[in-house]
Write a protein that binds this ligand. Structure first.
Ligand code: NAD
Length: 441
Protein backbone atom coordinates (compact mmCIF):
# COMPACT_ATOMS: atom_id res chain seq x y z
CA UNK A 1 0.00 0.00 0.00
CA UNK A 2 1.17 3.51 -0.73
CA UNK A 3 0.10 6.40 1.47
CA UNK A 4 0.65 10.15 1.49
CA UNK A 5 1.20 12.33 4.54
CA UNK A 6 0.58 16.00 3.85
CA UNK A 7 2.38 18.33 6.26
CA UNK A 8 5.88 17.26 7.30
CA UNK A 9 6.06 18.78 10.78
CA UNK A 10 6.19 17.01 14.14
CA UNK A 11 3.13 14.89 13.49
CA UNK A 12 3.61 14.31 9.76
CA UNK A 13 7.25 13.27 10.00
CA UNK A 14 6.69 10.91 12.91
CA UNK A 15 3.61 9.40 11.23
CA UNK A 16 5.43 9.00 7.92
CA UNK A 17 8.55 7.53 9.52
CA UNK A 18 6.61 5.05 11.67
CA UNK A 19 4.35 3.82 8.85
CA UNK A 20 7.41 3.32 6.62
CA UNK A 21 9.17 1.50 9.49
CA UNK A 22 6.52 -1.26 9.32
CA UNK A 23 6.94 -1.62 5.56
CA UNK A 24 4.36 0.77 4.10
CA UNK A 25 5.43 3.01 1.19
CA UNK A 26 5.09 6.60 2.36
CA UNK A 27 5.40 9.92 0.58
CA UNK A 28 5.62 12.97 2.84
CA UNK A 29 4.54 16.26 1.29
CA UNK A 30 5.12 19.82 2.42
CA UNK A 31 4.68 23.23 0.83
CA UNK A 32 7.92 24.39 2.45
CA UNK A 33 10.40 23.62 -0.33
CA UNK A 34 13.45 24.33 1.86
CA UNK A 35 12.18 21.78 4.40
CA UNK A 36 11.71 19.15 1.67
CA UNK A 37 15.09 19.94 0.11
CA UNK A 38 16.73 19.42 3.52
CA UNK A 39 14.77 16.25 4.26
CA UNK A 40 15.91 14.81 0.93
CA UNK A 41 19.48 15.49 2.07
CA UNK A 42 18.78 13.75 5.38
CA UNK A 43 18.54 17.01 7.36
CA UNK A 44 15.66 16.70 9.84
CA UNK A 45 13.99 20.04 10.73
CA UNK A 46 13.04 19.12 14.31
CA UNK A 47 14.62 17.46 17.31
CA UNK A 48 12.75 14.29 18.22
CA UNK A 49 14.63 11.36 19.78
CA UNK A 50 15.06 8.46 17.32
CA UNK A 51 13.45 10.27 14.39
CA UNK A 52 16.56 11.01 12.35
CA UNK A 53 17.73 7.37 12.41
CA UNK A 54 14.30 6.08 11.48
CA UNK A 55 13.92 8.53 8.60
CA UNK A 56 17.39 7.78 7.21
CA UNK A 57 16.89 4.01 7.52
CA UNK A 58 13.59 4.07 5.64
CA UNK A 59 14.77 6.53 2.99
CA UNK A 60 17.68 4.18 2.30
CA UNK A 61 15.25 1.26 1.98
CA UNK A 62 13.26 3.28 -0.56
CA UNK A 63 10.06 3.21 1.52
CA UNK A 64 10.04 6.87 2.55
CA UNK A 65 10.33 9.88 0.27
CA UNK A 66 9.72 13.61 0.44
CA UNK A 67 8.22 15.93 -2.15
CA UNK A 68 6.54 19.29 -2.64
CA UNK A 69 4.30 17.81 -5.32
CA UNK A 70 0.99 16.93 -3.72
CA UNK A 71 -0.33 16.17 -7.21
CA UNK A 72 1.97 13.18 -7.81
CA UNK A 73 1.64 11.96 -4.23
CA UNK A 74 -2.17 12.01 -4.21
CA UNK A 75 -2.43 10.35 -7.62
CA UNK A 76 -0.33 7.43 -6.40
CA UNK A 77 -1.89 6.95 -2.94
CA UNK A 78 -4.93 5.13 -1.65
CA UNK A 79 -4.84 6.92 1.70
CA UNK A 80 -3.95 10.58 2.30
CA UNK A 81 -3.31 11.79 5.85
CA UNK A 82 -3.71 15.51 6.51
CA UNK A 83 -1.26 16.57 9.23
CA UNK A 84 -0.84 20.28 8.59
CA UNK A 85 -1.01 22.90 11.32
CA UNK A 86 -4.26 24.22 12.79
CA UNK A 87 -3.05 27.37 14.55
CA UNK A 88 -5.43 29.51 16.58
CA UNK A 89 -7.32 32.20 14.72
CA UNK A 90 -7.60 35.66 16.25
CA UNK A 91 -10.68 34.59 18.24
CA UNK A 92 -9.04 31.36 19.50
CA UNK A 93 -10.86 29.03 17.12
CA UNK A 94 -8.77 26.63 15.02
CA UNK A 95 -7.74 28.11 11.69
CA UNK A 96 -8.71 25.49 9.12
CA UNK A 97 -7.28 27.15 6.03
CA UNK A 98 -4.34 24.72 5.73
CA UNK A 99 -6.49 21.63 6.28
CA UNK A 100 -9.08 22.74 3.74
CA UNK A 101 -6.38 23.71 1.22
CA UNK A 102 -5.09 20.12 1.38
CA UNK A 103 -8.64 18.77 1.04
CA UNK A 104 -9.05 20.87 -2.12
CA UNK A 105 -5.71 19.60 -3.44
CA UNK A 106 -6.96 16.03 -2.93
CA UNK A 107 -10.12 16.82 -4.91
CA UNK A 108 -8.08 18.42 -7.68
CA UNK A 109 -5.66 15.54 -8.15
CA UNK A 110 -7.17 12.21 -7.09
CA UNK A 111 -7.80 9.78 -9.90
CA UNK A 112 -9.13 6.75 -8.01
CA UNK A 113 -10.81 5.88 -4.72
CA UNK A 114 -9.05 7.76 -1.92
CA UNK A 115 -9.48 7.73 1.84
CA UNK A 116 -8.73 11.19 3.22
CA UNK A 117 -7.83 11.07 6.90
CA UNK A 118 -7.58 14.14 9.11
CA UNK A 119 -4.78 13.70 11.63
CA UNK A 120 -4.49 17.39 12.47
CA UNK A 121 -6.42 18.45 15.56
CA UNK A 122 -9.63 19.91 14.18
CA UNK A 123 -12.91 21.03 15.71
CA UNK A 124 -16.07 19.00 15.53
CA UNK A 125 -17.58 19.25 12.07
CA UNK A 126 -14.30 19.71 10.18
CA UNK A 127 -14.39 16.31 8.45
CA UNK A 128 -17.68 17.35 6.94
CA UNK A 129 -16.03 20.52 5.63
CA UNK A 130 -13.17 18.41 4.26
CA UNK A 131 -15.70 16.22 2.46
CA UNK A 132 -17.45 19.26 0.98
CA UNK A 133 -14.14 20.79 -0.18
CA UNK A 134 -13.08 17.56 -1.92
CA UNK A 135 -16.50 17.14 -3.53
CA UNK A 136 -16.49 20.76 -4.68
CA UNK A 137 -13.19 20.22 -6.54
CA UNK A 138 -14.46 16.97 -8.07
CA UNK A 139 -17.57 18.81 -9.26
CA UNK A 140 -15.39 21.50 -10.84
CA UNK A 141 -13.51 18.77 -12.69
CA UNK A 142 -16.86 17.25 -13.63
CA UNK A 143 -15.71 13.79 -12.51
CA UNK A 144 -17.20 11.24 -10.19
CA UNK A 145 -14.59 9.53 -8.01
CA UNK A 146 -15.46 7.64 -4.86
CA UNK A 147 -13.79 8.79 -1.64
CA UNK A 148 -14.21 8.59 2.13
CA UNK A 149 -13.15 10.88 4.92
CA UNK A 150 -12.03 9.78 8.37
CA UNK A 151 -10.85 11.43 11.56
CA UNK A 152 -7.75 9.95 13.19
CA UNK A 153 -6.56 12.41 15.82
CA UNK A 154 -2.96 12.07 16.94
CA UNK A 155 -2.06 11.62 20.61
CA UNK A 156 1.73 11.48 20.38
CA UNK A 157 3.82 13.46 22.85
CA UNK A 158 6.75 15.46 21.54
CA UNK A 159 9.92 14.02 23.02
CA UNK A 160 8.46 10.50 23.11
CA UNK A 161 6.67 10.63 19.78
CA UNK A 162 8.19 7.56 18.13
CA UNK A 163 7.40 5.31 21.06
CA UNK A 164 3.90 6.78 21.37
CA UNK A 165 3.22 6.11 17.71
CA UNK A 166 4.67 2.59 17.67
CA UNK A 167 3.08 1.59 20.99
CA UNK A 168 0.03 3.80 21.38
CA UNK A 169 -2.28 3.58 24.39
CA UNK A 170 -5.04 3.61 21.81
CA UNK A 171 -5.74 4.71 18.25
CA UNK A 172 -8.96 6.63 17.74
CA UNK A 173 -10.58 6.48 14.32
CA UNK A 174 -13.84 8.14 13.35
CA UNK A 175 -15.43 7.05 10.09
CA UNK A 176 -18.68 6.05 8.47
CA UNK A 177 -17.78 3.52 5.79
CA UNK A 178 -16.81 -0.15 5.85
CA UNK A 179 -14.21 0.32 3.15
CA UNK A 180 -12.53 3.06 5.20
CA UNK A 181 -12.68 0.88 8.33
CA UNK A 182 -11.02 -2.01 6.57
CA UNK A 183 -8.25 0.24 5.20
CA UNK A 184 -7.59 1.85 8.59
CA UNK A 185 -7.62 -1.55 10.33
CA UNK A 186 -4.99 -2.93 7.98
CA UNK A 187 -2.84 0.20 8.16
CA UNK A 188 -2.76 0.14 11.95
CA UNK A 189 -2.54 -3.66 12.35
CA UNK A 190 1.25 -3.64 12.93
CA UNK A 191 0.78 -1.24 15.86
CA UNK A 192 -2.08 -3.13 17.48
CA UNK A 193 -0.67 -6.67 17.51
CA UNK A 194 0.34 -6.36 21.16
CA UNK A 195 -3.11 -5.42 22.30
CA UNK A 196 -3.24 -1.66 21.86
CA UNK A 197 -6.72 -1.12 20.48
CA UNK A 198 -8.08 0.87 17.58
CA UNK A 199 -11.24 2.46 18.90
CA UNK A 200 -13.63 3.00 16.01
CA UNK A 201 -16.39 5.54 16.44
CA UNK A 202 -18.36 8.13 14.51
CA UNK A 203 -16.44 11.08 13.09
CA UNK A 204 -17.86 13.77 15.39
CA UNK A 205 -16.97 11.76 18.50
CA UNK A 206 -13.42 11.16 17.23
CA UNK A 207 -12.93 14.88 16.61
CA UNK A 208 -14.25 15.64 20.09
CA UNK A 209 -12.09 12.94 21.74
CA UNK A 210 -8.86 14.71 20.87
CA UNK A 211 -9.97 18.03 22.35
CA UNK A 212 -11.46 16.38 25.43
CA UNK A 213 -8.19 14.48 26.02
CA UNK A 214 -6.00 17.59 25.82
CA UNK A 215 -8.50 19.62 27.84
CA UNK A 216 -8.46 16.97 30.59
CA UNK A 217 -4.64 16.97 30.73
CA UNK A 218 -4.52 20.78 30.79
CA UNK A 219 -7.11 20.71 33.58
CA UNK A 220 -4.91 18.42 35.70
CA UNK A 221 -1.98 20.80 35.26
CA UNK A 222 -3.94 23.95 36.11
CA UNK A 223 -5.58 22.19 39.04
CA UNK A 224 -2.30 21.23 40.68
CA UNK A 225 -0.83 24.68 39.96
CA UNK A 226 -3.79 26.34 41.64
CA UNK A 227 -3.41 24.01 44.62
CA UNK A 228 0.36 24.69 44.63
CA UNK A 229 -0.18 28.42 44.92
CA UNK A 230 -2.55 27.89 47.85
CA UNK A 231 -0.12 25.44 49.49
CA UNK A 232 2.52 28.13 49.49
CA UNK A 233 0.16 30.64 51.11
CA UNK A 234 -1.01 28.30 53.87
CA UNK A 235 2.39 26.68 54.46
CA UNK A 236 1.73 23.23 52.94
CA UNK A 237 4.26 21.51 50.65
CA UNK A 238 2.71 20.74 47.27
CA UNK A 239 5.32 18.06 46.57
CA UNK A 240 3.98 16.10 49.54
CA UNK A 241 0.37 16.89 48.67
CA UNK A 242 1.01 15.65 45.10
CA UNK A 243 2.30 12.31 46.38
CA UNK A 244 -0.56 12.12 48.86
CA UNK A 245 -3.27 12.55 46.25
CA UNK A 246 -1.51 10.71 43.40
CA UNK A 247 -1.42 7.45 45.32
CA UNK A 248 -5.20 7.34 45.10
CA UNK A 249 -5.64 5.24 41.95
CA UNK A 250 -8.68 7.29 40.97
CA UNK A 251 -6.37 10.30 40.70
CA UNK A 252 -3.00 8.80 39.71
CA UNK A 253 0.47 10.34 39.73
CA UNK A 254 0.64 11.49 36.14
CA UNK A 255 0.21 15.11 35.08
CA UNK A 256 -0.05 16.54 38.58
CA UNK A 257 3.41 18.06 38.77
CA UNK A 258 3.29 21.72 39.78
CA UNK A 259 5.24 24.14 37.61
CA UNK A 260 5.10 27.27 35.51
CA UNK A 261 2.12 26.38 33.36
CA UNK A 262 1.49 24.28 30.29
CA UNK A 263 2.82 25.37 26.91
CA UNK A 264 3.58 23.76 23.59
CA UNK A 265 1.76 23.73 20.32
CA UNK A 266 -1.28 21.81 21.53
CA UNK A 267 -2.72 22.41 25.01
CA UNK A 268 -3.03 26.23 24.84
CA UNK A 269 -4.55 26.27 21.37
CA UNK A 270 -6.75 23.22 21.88
CA UNK A 271 -8.19 24.51 25.15
CA UNK A 272 -8.93 27.83 23.43
CA UNK A 273 -10.48 26.12 20.42
CA UNK A 274 -12.75 23.97 22.57
CA UNK A 275 -13.93 27.02 24.51
CA UNK A 276 -14.63 28.63 21.14
CA UNK A 277 -16.59 25.60 19.90
CA UNK A 278 -18.70 25.79 23.05
CA UNK A 279 -19.26 29.55 22.50
CA UNK A 280 -20.39 28.92 18.96
CA UNK A 281 -22.90 26.43 20.31
CA UNK A 282 -24.12 28.79 23.04
CA UNK A 283 -22.56 26.71 25.79
CA UNK A 284 -20.27 28.04 28.47
CA UNK A 285 -17.35 25.71 29.27
CA UNK A 286 -16.71 27.13 32.74
CA UNK A 287 -14.05 24.65 33.88
CA UNK A 288 -11.87 25.22 30.83
CA UNK A 289 -12.11 28.98 31.13
CA UNK A 290 -10.71 28.66 34.63
CA UNK A 291 -8.03 26.24 33.38
CA UNK A 292 -6.90 28.83 30.87
CA UNK A 293 -6.86 31.73 33.27
CA UNK A 294 -4.91 29.75 35.92
CA UNK A 295 -2.38 28.88 33.23
CA UNK A 296 -1.93 32.51 32.18
CA UNK A 297 -1.29 33.43 35.81
CA UNK A 298 1.07 30.48 36.33
CA UNK A 299 3.29 31.35 33.39
CA UNK A 300 4.38 34.47 35.27
CA UNK A 301 4.60 33.03 38.78
CA UNK A 302 8.37 32.53 38.59
CA UNK A 303 8.95 35.97 37.10
CA UNK A 304 6.87 37.46 39.94
CA UNK A 305 9.00 35.62 42.51
CA UNK A 306 12.22 36.92 40.96
CA UNK A 307 10.82 40.42 40.61
CA UNK A 308 9.60 40.60 44.18
CA UNK A 309 12.91 39.20 45.50
CA UNK A 310 14.55 42.26 43.96
CA UNK A 311 11.74 44.56 45.19
CA UNK A 312 10.55 45.20 41.64
CA UNK A 313 13.92 46.50 40.51
CA UNK A 314 15.46 44.10 38.00
CA UNK A 315 17.45 46.71 36.10
CA UNK A 316 20.94 45.44 35.46
CA UNK A 317 20.36 42.10 37.22
CA UNK A 318 21.72 39.11 35.29
CA UNK A 319 19.63 35.95 35.32
CA UNK A 320 21.14 32.62 34.28
CA UNK A 321 18.39 30.54 32.66
CA UNK A 322 18.45 26.76 32.34
CA UNK A 323 15.89 25.38 29.89
CA UNK A 324 13.93 27.09 27.11
CA UNK A 325 11.81 24.42 25.41
CA UNK A 326 8.26 23.98 26.69
CA UNK A 327 9.24 20.57 28.06
CA UNK A 328 12.31 18.30 28.01
CA UNK A 329 13.33 16.20 24.99
CA UNK A 330 12.10 18.70 22.42
CA UNK A 331 13.31 21.91 20.80
CA UNK A 332 9.73 23.15 20.51
CA UNK A 333 9.26 26.56 22.12
CA UNK A 334 5.73 27.28 20.94
CA UNK A 335 3.88 28.89 23.88
CA UNK A 336 6.74 27.87 26.19
CA UNK A 337 6.62 29.50 29.64
CA UNK A 338 10.25 30.55 28.93
CA UNK A 339 8.96 32.98 26.28
CA UNK A 340 6.74 34.77 28.78
CA UNK A 341 9.24 34.73 31.63
CA UNK A 342 12.24 35.88 29.60
CA UNK A 343 10.26 38.61 27.84
CA UNK A 344 9.07 39.88 31.22
CA UNK A 345 12.63 39.80 32.59
CA UNK A 346 13.89 41.76 29.58
CA UNK A 347 11.06 44.28 29.82
CA UNK A 348 11.98 44.82 33.46
CA UNK A 349 15.55 45.61 32.43
CA UNK A 350 17.24 42.32 33.40
CA UNK A 351 20.00 40.66 31.39
CA UNK A 352 19.38 37.01 30.43
CA UNK A 353 22.01 34.35 29.74
CA UNK A 354 20.37 31.12 28.63
CA UNK A 355 21.23 27.49 27.99
CA UNK A 356 19.09 24.65 26.62
CA UNK A 357 20.40 21.26 25.41
CA UNK A 358 18.57 21.49 22.05
CA UNK A 359 16.42 24.64 21.81
CA UNK A 360 19.08 27.35 21.45
CA UNK A 361 18.65 27.67 17.66
CA UNK A 362 14.87 27.86 18.07
CA UNK A 363 15.30 30.47 20.82
CA UNK A 364 17.25 32.70 18.44
CA UNK A 365 14.08 33.07 16.32
CA UNK A 366 12.25 34.40 19.38
CA UNK A 367 14.83 36.55 21.14
CA UNK A 368 17.37 37.44 18.45
CA UNK A 369 20.26 39.28 20.07
CA UNK A 370 18.23 40.36 23.13
CA UNK A 371 19.68 37.55 25.25
CA UNK A 372 23.04 35.77 25.49
CA UNK A 373 23.09 32.13 24.34
CA UNK A 374 25.45 29.81 26.19
CA UNK A 375 26.73 26.46 24.88
CA UNK A 376 27.08 25.01 28.34
CA UNK A 377 24.85 25.24 31.42
CA UNK A 378 27.41 26.66 33.89
CA UNK A 379 28.45 29.37 31.43
CA UNK A 380 25.06 31.06 32.08
CA UNK A 381 26.08 31.62 35.68
CA UNK A 382 29.28 33.56 35.07
CA UNK A 383 28.61 37.08 36.43
CA UNK A 384 24.96 36.14 37.06
CA UNK A 385 22.93 37.15 40.10
CA UNK A 386 20.74 34.06 40.22
CA UNK A 387 19.75 30.87 38.40
CA UNK A 388 16.23 30.31 37.04
CA UNK A 389 15.18 26.81 35.94
CA UNK A 390 12.47 26.84 33.29
CA UNK A 391 12.57 23.31 31.83
CA UNK A 392 13.20 20.08 33.76
CA UNK A 393 15.84 18.59 31.46
CA UNK A 394 17.35 15.49 33.14
CA UNK A 395 20.86 16.97 32.97
CA UNK A 396 19.78 19.79 35.32
CA UNK A 397 18.66 17.39 38.04
CA UNK A 398 22.07 16.55 39.52
CA UNK A 399 24.27 19.57 38.87
CA UNK A 400 27.38 20.50 40.81
CA UNK A 401 25.95 22.81 43.44
CA UNK A 402 29.54 23.69 44.34
CA UNK A 403 30.10 25.16 40.86
CA UNK A 404 26.73 26.93 40.87
CA UNK A 405 27.58 28.52 44.21
CA UNK A 406 31.05 29.50 43.08
CA UNK A 407 29.87 31.16 39.86
CA UNK A 408 26.77 33.05 41.04
CA UNK A 409 27.24 36.39 42.74
CA UNK A 410 25.14 34.91 45.57
CA UNK A 411 23.66 31.41 46.04
CA UNK A 412 20.14 32.06 44.76
CA UNK A 413 17.98 29.66 42.72
CA UNK A 414 14.45 30.08 41.33
CA UNK A 415 13.18 26.66 40.30
CA UNK A 416 10.07 26.66 38.13
CA UNK A 417 9.96 22.87 37.95
CA UNK A 418 10.61 21.77 41.53
CA UNK A 419 13.57 19.61 40.56
CA UNK A 420 15.51 20.21 43.78
CA UNK A 421 14.68 19.59 47.40
CA UNK A 422 14.13 22.71 49.47
CA UNK A 423 15.74 21.33 52.63
CA UNK A 424 18.81 20.06 50.78
CA UNK A 425 19.18 23.38 49.01
CA UNK A 426 19.10 25.12 52.38
CA UNK A 427 21.80 22.70 53.62
CA UNK A 428 23.98 23.59 50.64
CA UNK A 429 23.52 27.23 51.59
CA UNK A 430 21.17 28.33 48.81
CA UNK A 431 18.25 30.67 48.95
CA UNK A 432 15.79 28.54 47.02
CA UNK A 433 12.39 29.44 45.60
CA UNK A 434 10.18 26.88 43.88
CA UNK A 435 6.48 26.35 43.17
CA UNK A 436 3.99 25.55 45.92
CA UNK A 437 6.49 25.35 48.78
CA UNK A 438 7.46 28.28 51.01
CA UNK A 439 11.14 29.12 50.81
CA UNK A 440 13.24 28.65 53.97
CA UNK A 441 14.14 31.95 55.48
P1 NAD B 1 3.93 21.72 12.31
O1 NAD B 1 3.71 23.18 12.26
O2 NAD B 1 5.16 21.17 12.96
O3 NAD B 1 3.85 21.13 10.83
C1 NAD B 1 2.86 21.45 9.91
C2 NAD B 1 3.47 21.36 8.52
O4 NAD B 1 2.44 21.49 7.54
C3 NAD B 1 4.49 22.46 8.20
O5 NAD B 1 5.70 21.87 7.80
C4 NAD B 1 3.84 23.24 7.04
O6 NAD B 1 4.78 23.76 6.12
C5 NAD B 1 2.97 22.17 6.41
N1 NAD B 1 1.87 22.67 5.57
C6 NAD B 1 1.02 23.69 5.81
N2 NAD B 1 0.14 23.83 4.78
C7 NAD B 1 0.42 22.86 3.89
C8 NAD B 1 -0.13 22.47 2.64
N3 NAD B 1 -1.17 23.10 2.11
N4 NAD B 1 0.44 21.44 2.00
C9 NAD B 1 1.50 20.79 2.52
N5 NAD B 1 2.06 21.10 3.70
C10 NAD B 1 1.53 22.12 4.38
O7 NAD B 1 2.62 21.13 13.03
P2 NAD B 1 2.52 19.83 13.97
O8 NAD B 1 3.03 20.14 15.33
O9 NAD B 1 3.03 18.65 13.24
O10 NAD B 1 0.93 19.73 14.12
C11 NAD B 1 0.11 19.34 13.05
C12 NAD B 1 -1.28 19.09 13.59
O11 NAD B 1 -1.25 17.97 14.49
C13 NAD B 1 -1.91 20.24 14.37
O12 NAD B 1 -3.29 20.26 14.13
C14 NAD B 1 -1.63 19.87 15.80
O13 NAD B 1 -2.57 20.44 16.69
C15 NAD B 1 -1.76 18.37 15.76
N6 NAD B 1 -1.01 17.66 16.81
C16 NAD B 1 0.25 18.06 17.13
C17 NAD B 1 0.96 17.36 18.09
C18 NAD B 1 2.33 17.80 18.50
O14 NAD B 1 2.81 17.33 19.55
N7 NAD B 1 3.02 18.65 17.75
C19 NAD B 1 0.39 16.24 18.73
C20 NAD B 1 -0.88 15.84 18.34
C21 NAD B 1 -1.58 16.57 17.37
Amino acid sequence: MKITIVGSGYVGLVTGACFSEVGINVVCVDIDSKKIENLNKGIIPIYEPGLEDMITRNMNKGRLSFTTSIETAVKESEVVFISVGTPPDEDGSADLKYVLAVARDCGKHMTDYTLIVTKSTVPVGTSLKVKEAVQDELNKRNVSIEFDVASNPEFLKEGAAINDFLKPDRIVVGLNSERAESLMSSLYKPFTLNGHPVIFMDIVSAEMTKYAANAMLATKISFINDIANLCEIVGADVNKVRKGIGSDTRIGHKFIYPGIGYGGSCFPKDVQALIRTADENNYNLQVLQAVESVNKYQKLVLFNKINSYYNGDLKGKTIGVWGLSFKPQTDDMREAPALYIINSLLEAGAVVKAYDPVALEEAKHHFGDRITYCDEQYETLIDADCLAILTEWPEFKFPSFKIIKKLLSKPLVFDGRNIYDRDEMAKYGFEYFCIGVRSKK
